[in-house]
Design a protein around this ligand. Structure first.
Ligand code: PMT
Length: 421
């Protein structure tokens, strides 16, 4: 990759607009250097300041550095008071124009407003209205940074897909020592470039992919069901990554309270039988299937038509369960030469042996072995630690965000294609 400052200065690259959000932190002065370096690299920098940011840096400074008007209010005094196209509906125009939104520094108060979805000034409104990736670089006193409320807000933002650039440790302006300093401009620009390059990656264009996600619910009676702890995050990350890289994506999801990623077609199902039907119907039109869902292996042999009563019985309830179909195996059995099937294996012991056995048994081209006994991997967490296995490959990946795991899986799927097409 070219140096961070020049990566996007090349005239052949499409025009890039960075919305630089500046909030009220002593580190706001460092945003001046960021604005200057980004502008010099050839990108358009639209600076949006919160009210508190004015206490630290004058808008005129950013205006001089970016050669652009600085955006300070959701309610410009008159349409003519702001620049041309951005005058009337500044928040929408800026939200649409952004290749990425970078908030540096992000104060504790701004993080709290973002985590709660507030839209009470220009910057927070742009953030709700944009479809561009959002990077936040927090900067604050170390005690404020480590406060459980701030950490909870950061976790919420990560869950919502914000990219958090962790603050650095050191001596602060307030004389406290600890984590809370805005990282150096090079670090922030390098991360921004990484995100922009990722956005520009379109190596899955032309592929139709089918991803399963989440748990299934197997009814026992009208109010009860059998299910598991899958949140759907792994499958949704795979779907989002594939769509960002240009694939046509169909996501078959069990009950997951997660927003559908942009440009992803979603079919909601409840039971494993419904998931099987949806998958097998779509599969002939797709090139790749990734089974990240955790469909139940069993369902009740009989579903009671009325709520099962506890009174009058022996104090015990016997349930007879029967096997559900294996969705991945059925899809793999119908697979054409040019189609690829990737399964997951969620294991608590003998991870690699079990995963290899499942890959063979299901007829999958590759399998993602997932040790779900670890607290930071597998079910219902943001991160995952997996091993990629195919007939010829064995790669253990470190703890990564589920989106990063998804990115590596799609890289691997691309690598499988020449061998099978
Ligand atoms: O959803 P998250 O909270 O993000 O958690 C992610 C995850 C742990 C669910 C995911 O990473 C994962 O491991 N998914 C597979 C879960 C699972 O059902 O594993 P399994 O080893 O029981 O099944 C093996 C494979 O067969 C899987 O691809 C599964 O989708 C598939 N299967 C299972 C049962 C069934 N009836 N039909 C299937 O197709």
């Amino acid at each position: 990759m070219s140096s961070p400052d020049t990566a996007h200065a090349n005239s052949a690259t499409p025009a890039i607009t960075i919305v630089l959000g500046v909030s009220g932190s002593i580190a706001a002065y460092k945003a001046c250097e960021l604005a200057s370096r980004l502008t010099q690299s050839g990108v358009t920098v639209e600076v949006v300041m919160t009210q508190s940011a004015h206490q630290f840096v004058a808008p005129l400074t950013f205006q001089a550095l970016t050669h652009r008007p600085v955006h300070t209010s959701l309610w410009p005094e008159s349409a003519a008071s702001e620049s041309g196209v951005y005058a009337a509906m500044a928040h929408i125009a800026l939200a649409d124009a952004a290749s990425a939104v970078l908030i540096a520094p992000a104060s504790a108060n701004l993080l709290a407003r973002l985590a709660n979805g507030l839209a009470d000034d220009l910057l927070t409104t742009i953030i709700l209205a944009t479809r561009a990736p959002i990077l936040v670089a927090p900067a604050m006193n170390p005690v404020m940074w480590s406060h459980p409320a701030t950490q909870k807000n950061i976790a919420t933002l990560r869950e919502l897909g914000y990219i958090v650039i962790e603050p650095e440790g050191g001596r602060m302006a307030c004389e406290h020592v600890g984590a809370g300093r805005l990282p150096a401009s090079e670090t922030i620009i390098a991360k921004l470039n990484e995100v922009l390059l990722q956005q520009a990656r379109r190596d899955l264009v032309g592929l139709k992919v089918l991803v399963t996600a989440g748990p299934t619910r197997e009814p026992l009676d009208p109010v009860r069901y059998l299910s598991n702890r899958s949140s759907g995050r792994m499958g949704f990350a795979l779907a989002e990554e594939a769509a960002t890289r240009g694939a046509k994506v169909l996501l078959v999801a069990g009950p997951c309270p997660i927003a559908t990623p942009r440009d992803v077609q979603r079919i909601d199902v409840q039971s494993a039988l419904e998931m099987r039907d949806a998958v097998l119907q779509a599969w002939p039109r797709c090139d790749v299937l990734i089974g990240a869902a955790a469909p139940a292996d069993f369902r009740a042999a009989e579903v009671a038509s009325q709520k099962i009563k506890k009174r009058g019985g022996t104090g015990e309830l016997e349930l007879r369960l029967i096997s559900n179909p294996d969705i991945v195996r059925e899809a793999a059995a119908q697979k054409r030469q040019d189609q690829i099937v990737v399964a997951f294996a969620a294991e608590t012991q003998n991870l690699l042996d079990e995963a290899r056995r499942k890959m063979q048994d299901k007829g999958a081209d590759a399998i993602v072995a997932n040790d779900v006994s670890q607290a930071d991997a597998g079910f219902d967490v943001e991160t995952n630690r997996v091993t990629w296995l195919s007939t010829t490959q064995h790669e253990e990946w470190p703890l990564l965000s589920k989106r990063e795991v998804a990115s590596k899986i799609w890289d691997k799927v691309l690598g499988l294609r020449p061998a099978t097409v």
